[in-house]
Design a protein around this ligand. Structure first.
Ligand SMILES: [Zn+2]
Length: 682
């Protein structure tokens, strides 16, 4: 888990995460819309620069960065809010057991490097002794079972133990939570890193082996060089058992229901009774095995590899796992490999940013409570919920009126929409941390206890109903997550901040920015990504071939529109590559516009700063896409990203008649599209 701090989370098709921080952040002034505009530009010629020209001229990319946009600014803003809250909690004398005490003491202990240094690697002693005490396959299996934890989920598949478990509803059973078992246990990012014979990858493997030796040595393990070699050899075998990346990302290949009794038959070697008993899953009868080859492979390695090799491997991963709460030299070695060599980072993140991240990770909803009390009042939640309800009504209207979707498919789409849930801000019921003891001065113990707490809380969900759905992100994390299974979408309090969303501002700006973002995500549950999941989040494709053909025919028109955007003579947007996201951008804008009109309940909107409500709606949409990026970043985005550059996302307005009306756009204007070239898909 630690190493995830230095590398991007892997995306599984099971879920789609979207961080929607593209609105511009400014302190909310009298008129939030007009400050950054360039009114000398004709909106019909260049709407993006009309909306953002002032900002584009005055903002600059921070040193060392390739891009600068509201995502970066809002992430920094929310990050600073969370930092202050946790640091204030650490210096306050809060009541024992309160959210503030736990978060504050967790942070303070992590920051207390003196206490950590004084303890040395002694906190590892019990666990190291447990590894030493492995004498046969049964005790090895029992030890491995004890490491099965919830460090993976539908978004992050990089657990540092041989298997990870994620508790979620089944692929075909939406009534019960099931343990989803994932492959894990490799330190390098991918299976390929162990297999690829290129000089570059071989060199990284050499450096990794040196890192393993260094870590073992720092923990006082003798003969570290030879042990590192053995550990890496075993880890390479584990990696070979992994599913290849294409397969690991294919949801139909992940849907492997195994009965408890299947393990011994399909994956002999492991003492599965011992394994599941110590994993806390002794009574569990049904499992979903995402990558069967990994379970089979690891189990066979338990039978056939030497216990010595297993012990070397386990000791290394144990130390690595706790590197940041062990003496400085261990944390520095961790960064030297995972930060510098693997990720190219030059400087280790500051201790306090690591401490903030660790506190958010261990006590996410305790920090979330502090955050929402201060930054997301009930009124904000109520307004965001009202907007979400309008968006769902608007999308219902859109589906009802579709001409490309057949009637039976429409019924399924409407049923899926009726079951669709949008959660905003924070969970209605917070995680109860009362059984988690956070002790000031005990960074290692706090981390261990938090892991154990989260593990037993996860496993307890096996006996609980699927609903209420567990929040997949922290309220204070500025982001949004759409889940296909279950059928739901989450917008955190951290993202619903001004000016992306401002509960004190009029509707036009909110619907044009956050509203269009929410609707963009909703549309994914019904498009080519989401149409393989039904209303209950079960696997089951519900489009017909005819629906798909008609959708593709409409999509081709939008792709052609996107193809025409060329920020440089030799670099044009690739319509096909960005099509899926562009369709969602357009859907988001159209649905949000319908919802905005609906929110007015027939009354005309007021004029603010000389702008009508219609004008402010489209302006807010264009402003959320503002972005500065250097040429290399722009070229890279065009070459590889499934999202087009912000300017062209903002140009989705060209497809809406209301935009032409709002800004009196005429055929002579550069952005003007004839009626038959305006695309409508949803
Ligand atoms: Zn999207």
């Amino acid at each position: 888990m630690l190493r995830n701090a230095y590398r991007a989370a892997a995306l599984a098709l099971f879920l789609v995460i979207a961080i929607l921080l593209n609105s511009a952040f400014r302190p909310p002034p009298e008129n939030p819309f007009t400050d950054d505009m360039d009114r000398s530009v004709n909106p019909g010629d260049d709407f993006y620069r009309y909306a953002n020209g002032g900002w584009l001229k005055t903002a600059s990319i921070p040193a060392g960065q390739a891009t600068f946009d509201t995502r970066a600014i809002l992430a920094a803003k929310t990050g600073q809010q969370v930092r202050s809250l946790i640091q204030d909690a650490a210096s306050a004398q809060s009541a024992k057991g309160s959210a503030a005490q736990k978060a504050g003491d967790y942070y303070a202990s992590f920051m207390d490097e003196g206490a950590i240094e004084a303890k040395g690697v002694e906190p590892l002693a019990n666990e190291m002794a447990a590894i030493d005490a492995i004498t046969d396959k049964a005790s090895l299996s029992a030890y491995l079972g004890g490491t099965l934890n919830g460090e993976v989920d539908g978004l992050t598949a990089n657990g540092d133990h041989v298997f990870g478990v994620w508790i979620n509803q089944g692929f075909e059973d939406s009534e019960h939570n099931l343990p989803h078992l994932w492959q894990g246990g490799i330190g390098l990012p991918d299976r390929d890193d162990y297999i690829d014979a290129s000089p570059k990858k071989s060199e990284v493997r050499k450096q990794y082996q040196a890192h393993i030796a260094a870590v073992l040595k720092l923990a006082g393990v003798a003969d570290s060089e030879n042990r590192a070699e053995r550990a890496l050899a075993l880890e390479t075998q584990i990696a070979r058992a992994f599913a290849p990346d294409e397969e690991a990302a294919d949801v139909n290949k992940q849907n492997n229901p195994w009965k408890r009794s299947d393990f011994a038959v399909k994956a002999p070697g492991m003492d599965w009774d011992a394994y599941f008993k110590s994993a806390g899953l002794a009574g569990q009868s049904d499992f979903l095995v995402w990558q069967p080859s990994a379970v089979t492979g690891v189990s066979s390695l338990v039978a056939h590899e030497s216990l010595d090799a297993w012990q070397d491997y386990l000791e290394f991963h144990l130390i690595e796992h706790y590197a940041l709460v062990l003496p400085k030299a261990v944390a520095a070695e961790h960064f030297a490999f995972f930060g510098k060599i693997l990720s190219g980072a030059q400087e280790m993140p500051s201790r306090d940013s690591l401490a903030i991240a660790a506190t958010n990770g261990a006590l996410g909803q305790a920090v979330g409570q502090l955050y929402t009390q201060k930054y997301f009042p009930p009124e904000a939640k109520a307004r965001a919920e009202a907007m979400a309800a309008d968006l769902l009504s608007a999308f219902r209207g859109r589906i009802t009126n579709l001409t490309w979707m057949s009637a039976p498919t429409k019924q399924k789409a409407l049923a899926k929409l009726a079951a669709f849930k949008i959660f905003v801000g924070y969970p209605n019921t917070w995680i109860d941390y009362s059984t988690l003891d956070v002790v000031r001065g005990d960074a290692f113990g706090n981390m261990r206890r938090a892991e154990a707490f989260n593990r037993s809380r996860n496993l307890a969900r096996l006996k609980e109903p699927v609903d209420p759905i567990d929040w997949p992100l922290n309220p204070q994390a500025p982001g949004a997550v759409i889940m296909f299974s279950p059928n739901a979408e989450f917008f955190s309090a951290g993202i619903l901040q001004p000016p992306y969303f401002d509960f004190q501002r009029d509707a036009a700006g909110n619907y044009g920015s956050a509203g269009a973002g929410m609707a963009h995500e909703i549309s994914h549950s019904f498009d080519e990504l989401g149409n393989i999941y039904d209303a209950q989040g079960r696997l089951g494709a519900w489009w017909t071939d005819k629906d798909r053909d008609a959708y593709h025919a409409l999509g081709a028109r939008l792709a052609a529109q996107m193809d025409s955007y060329c920020p440089m003579p030799d670099a044009c947007v690739k319509g096909k590559q960005v099509l899926n996201e562009s369709i969602s951008d357009l859907a988001g804008l159209q649905v949000a516009h319908d919802a905005y009109v609906m929110s007015l309940k027939g009354k005309p909107d007021v004029v603010v700063g000389g702008l009508t409500g219609e004008q402010r709606f489209f302006l807010a949409f264009a402003q959320r896409w503002r972005r500065l990026q250097n040429e290399a970043a722009l070229r890279k985005q065009i070459a590889t990203d499934t999202h087009p550059p912000g300017e062209y996302r903002s140009d989705a307005v060209r497809n809406l008649d209301s935009w032409y009306d709002a800004y009196k756009v005429i055929p002579e204007d550069k952005l003007f599209l004839k009626q038959d070239l305006r695309v409508r898909i949803w």
